[in-house]
Design a protein around this ligand. Structure first.
Ligand SMILES: Nc1ncnc2c1ncn2[C@@H]1O[C@H](COP(=O)(O)OP(=O)(O)OP(=O)(O)O)[C@@H](O)[C@H]1O
Length: 230
């Protein structure tokens, strides 16, 4: 079995006036199947850049980005899109659900666009909505769901393609404490159940113990992972 996510000596530079800024500076990171990592660090330290590179949305200036064993860095945009679609699930802070679609349709739209048969997809969508605790809400539209429920739809949608890697950017930023904890617990359960390598950017230090290890970014550099007590 290949390692789901491995970043090797990844540097990402952006032009900054006459010089450059290193958003990522020789970053090394490995996330195994079923491993839940949290990524913390001050604003501007490079967390979003790291997620964007791991998602193959941004190609680094140097280094390797191995997703499911395949280096994404030499790939063209079409191949990267295919690799991402087959291996990566992305969960942003705001669910970005389409207002006119029901919960189950939110999960089907991507499959529909990919030309996948909808009958099997519909079954899988219903199963995943059950996994995230929304079995009774399949036909509700976003405005009929709470913020926490919308984030659950977002998580279920990210699982539709059976990703090996889940990249999660501040999933609880718009939620109160209780709902935030429920969402992080759900991500823990999903990581265990689907054996994803899950990398979550968060500012909620109280939920760090629910993850396996904490990695800290500072000025584009990544500290060694600190394992939580089992
Ligand atoms: N597209 C870009 N062009 C130029 N500089 C950028 C770009 N994106 C990020 N940067 C710079 O790279 C550095 C890292 O930014 P990044 O957004 O990754 O940090 P962050 O830790 O996610 O911050 P926050 O917690 O505020 O979201 C910052 O100095 C930022 O200004």
């Amino acid at each position: 079995m290949t390692i789901p996510l491995s970043l090797v000596n990844v540097t990402l530079e952006y032009p900054d006036g006459g010089s450059t800024i290193k958003a990522l500076d020789a970053v090394n990171l490995t996330a195994g199947a079923g491993e839940f990592l949290s990524l913390v660090g001050p604003s501007g330290s490079g967390k979003s850049s790291l997620l964007a590179v791991a998602a193959t949305l941004v190609t680094p200036s140097s280094g390797l980005v191995l997703v499911d064993g395949q280096d994404a860095t030499p790939l063209g945009s079409r191949e990267r899109t295919a690799l991402r679609r087959d291996t990566v699930g992305i969960i942003f802070q705001q669910p970005n659900l389409l207002p006119s679609l029901t919960a189950v349709e939110q999960l089907l739209i991507g499959e529909h666009l990919r030309g996948k048969p909808l009958r099997a997809a519909r079954l899988r969508a219903a199963e995943l909505l059950d996994v995230v605790g929304l079995a009774g809400e399949l036909n509700k539209r976003p405005h009929q769901l709470s913020g926490g429920q919308r984030q659950r739809v977002n998580i279920a949608r990210a699982l539709m393609g059976s990703p090996r890697v889940l990249l999660v950017d501040e999933p609880t930023a718009a939620l109160d404490m209780e709902r935030s904890e429920a969402i992080v617990r759900l991500l823990r359960r999903v990581t265990d159940e689907f054996a994803t390598a899950t990398l979550m950017v968060t500012h909620d230090t109280e939920f760090l113990p629910l993850t396996d290890s904490v990695v800290t970014m500072r000025d584009g550099r990544l500290g060694a992972p600190v394992r939580n007590a089992a």
